[in-house]
Ligand binder design. Structure first.
Ligand SMILES: [Zn+2]
Length: 292
């Protein structure tokens, strides 16, 4: 499942290729036909990511709310001007035809015929985006967007995000921090990789009850998460290790400290990494660096 950093990259992509543009919206698969009808011909005002959800706001008081879940994905394509701020689903120049003569660039011939179960297709004069397999895809009003976002905890990647709200919430509950970090009402956007890596970097055992965190520890979890997720937006993938911890190896061969490293030696102390189920996903930790 994409963690918050990739949803933020997607929102940037939508903003840079579609905002201010009138969009043709359809549901080639048919399952979203009624929703698409409400958006067809409207102009996209902005795209906002909050945690793992994206809100595409249109000029007719309608908002497309999308949660990709485990299997959802966007794909993009378009002409030479259709370039995103991020590289997510970087336009593959699909849909271009050969130029009729040898002079001049290729001509954009519009989107190709949809392939597979395309729930939503957005088309501008310059490009298109196809959504497949989302967990949630619905048209709501701006008032409903407010309600949906009020249920979510603060998002570490949003500009004036409220870390104090996170600190108060996580410290108020006896629930283990490893479970609370996966609760989108406590903090929005963290997934399984960030949960494991942030707790390792802060030396906190995932089983520690929230009530047993000191305030400075809770604040440090927040600021570490902000730092790592901003790196994720910039890099386009989750890299938490330092060059020293990678010991000369490339980022891709040693991207994380504990995530998916059960039984392997801790990069700091050599102790074998442990794992267990927590909040329906496997959590990983070093029993020595994260003793309690
Ligand atoms: Zn260790």
């Amino acid at each position: 499942m994409p963690e918050g950093h990739s949803v933020h990259r997607l929102a940037k992509q939508f903003t840079s290729v579609f905002s201010g543009q009138r969009l043709a919206v359809s549901s080639p698969q048919g399952r979203f036909a009624a929703g698409a009808e409400q958006l067809d011909g409207a102009t996209l005002l902005s795209a906002l990511a909050h945690g793992k959800q994206m809100f595409l706001r249109f000029d007719n008081d309608r908002v497309l709310r999308v949660h990709l879940g485990l299997y959802g994905a966007w794909s993009f394509g378009g002409d030479a001007t259709f370039r995103g701020a991020s590289s997510i689903g970087a336009p593959r120049r699909v849909g271009e035809s050969e130029a009729p003569s040898e002079s001049g660039p290729p001509v954009y011939a519009g989107p190709p015929a949809p392939v597979g179960a395309v729930r939503v297709r957005l088309v501008s004069d310059h490009g298109w985006a196809d959504l497949r397999g989302p967990t949630a895809c619905e048209v709501i009003t701006t008032a409903e967007e407010k309600l949906a976002r009020a249920k979510l905890g603060p998002d570490p990647l949003q500009p004036r995000s409220d870390g104090s709200a996170f600190v108060a919430k996580i410290m108020a509950s006896i629930t283990p921090v490893g479970i609370q970090l996966m609760n989108q009402a406590v903090i929005a956007g963290i997934g399984n990789i960030y949960r494991a890596e942030v707790l390792f970097l802060q030396g906190i055992n995932p089983r520690r009850p929230g009530k047993l965190l000191r305030e400075d520890e809770a604040r440090a979890i927040w600021s570490e998460t902000v730092r790592l997720m901003k790196d994720g937006v910039r890099e386009g993938r989750i890299i938490t290790t330092t060059p020293e911890a990678r010991n000369g190896r490339p980022k891709r061969s040693a991207p994380n400290y504990v995530y998916k490293r059960t039984g392997e030696p801790c990069r700091r102390c050599g102790t074998a990494i442990l794992s267990d189920d927590m909040a329906a996903r496997t959590v990983y930790w070093c029993p020595s660096c994260q003793a309690d």
